[in-house]
Unconditional design. Structure first.
Length: 366
């Protein structure tokens, strides 16, 4: 059984291997939130044919890559900044904005608070309420804004709740932030997994709002966390220039640049991914909502947050049971405002999802 202090991130397979003596290759990671299709066949074949590209430097301005991203997202190439994963761009943006006081959601991804602290800033939380299904009350949120705030960071869809703000709600937030002189950074790591008709992405708003920066990566949707390719979109030319000035040259490798140009044009892979996630998200949500031992929060992304209702089971017990069957879920008790009743798992292939459901049923019943 785990000690309470021992919680594992989706990338901690080496640690899992050491603690549980399970070969990492045997573990199905329902914790990492990565596309279960893996990288596309087209990308694999194309990269293999272009390995010699590592003998040359990439274009320092990444012109072709930025044009490709612009076409994919519907913005202008001059609005696109590319980086060594979205993590680098989060760090660079915060260094440029230098917020003294920032507001983030709770619960949410922890890297925002860390980077704000490293830049000398202070973070406060806006708590998403469990009784509201972790869905933001936009009117209440806007009423909490003040002139002493410098930055708001929103993960949309939010991790770990899988809740999302619509574009119209984001516009209301941006309008309120403009009145108070607050900059808004939106992390859209999971937005490509959402239903297109939900109109969640804020990238179309970057044309109208100079206080907006939208971040994305290729780690999750394109199943390439090791590629370390991320990008940001903003209509704020001064911020663009400031980030690029701080950024080291050639932070993206030649192969990553080639891979990026292939990924964003692979329409077949993109369609298959969305079909898989949409179908399985609906099936799993419907199934789990029939279990009296769980509360299921409505998911917008490729992962589902659960609250365990069975009295003699907590996240540690469920994690331990699943990992011993080589399936790794996420114990969410380390997220702000969540406790040991909460777990999260990402959507994998149907047969893998069925295997996880069977393991969970052994502990929770139905």
């Amino acid at each position: 059984m785990l000690n309470h202090k021992d919680h594992f991130h989706g990338s901690d397979l080496e640690t899992i291997e050491a603690v549980y003596h399970i070969p990492r290759e045997s573990i199905i990671s329902f914790s990492a939130n990565v596309n279960p299709l893996g990288i596309s066949d087209q990308l694999r074949a194309s990269l293999a044919e272009q390995l010699d590209a590592i003998t040359t430097y990439p274009d320092r301005e990444y012109t072709a890559l930025r044009r490709c991203i612009a076409s994919y997202t519907g913005c202008g190439p001059e609005q696109v900044i590319v980086g060594n994963g979205s993590t680098e761009l989060i760090s660079l943006a915060i260094q440029c904005i230098r917020p003294k006081k920032a507001l983030i959601l709770g619960p949410t991804y922890s890297e925002y608070e860390r980077e704000i602290s490293l830049a000398g800033g202070h973070t406060v939380y806006y708590r998403l309420r469990e009784e509201q299904e972790f869905v933001m009350d936009v009117d209440d949120f806007c009423s909490r804004l003040s002139d002493d705030l410098d930055l708001i960071v929103l993960c949309n869809p939010n991790n770990p709740t899988s809740t999302a703000l619509s574009r119209s709600s984001m516009r209301r937030i941006l309008d309120a932030c403009m009145q108070h002189g607050v900059f808004v950074m939106v992390d859209e790591t999971y937005v490509e997994f959402t239903e297109p008709e939900a109109k969640i992405s804020s990238i179309p708003l970057t044309v109208y709002y100079s206080n907006l920066l939208v971040l994305r990566g290729t780690s999750k949707f394109f199943a390439a966390p090791g590629l370390r390719l991320g990008y940001a979109v903003t209509g704020n030319r001064d911020l663009c220039a400031s980030i690029r000035q701080r950024q080291n040259p050639w932070t993206i490798s030649t192969l990553a640049e080639i891979a990026g140009r292939l990924m964003f044009t692979d329409s077949g892979y993109i369609a298959r991914t969305r079909e898989l996630i949409t179908t399985e998200r609906s099936r799993l949500t419907d199934e789990l909502r029939g279990w009296s031992s769980l509360h299921v929060y409505e998911p917008a992304a490729n992962f589902i947050l659960l609250r365990i209702k069975k009295e003699d089971v907590d996240a540690d017990i469920l994690f331990d049971h699943c990992i011993r069957q080589c399936m790794m879920i996420r114990n969410c008790s380390t997220f702000p405002f969540l406790d040991s009743r909460f777990v999260r798992f990402c959507i994998m292939k149907p047969e893998q999802n069925d295997r996880l459901l069977a393991a969970m049923r052994e502990v929770l019943g139905a």
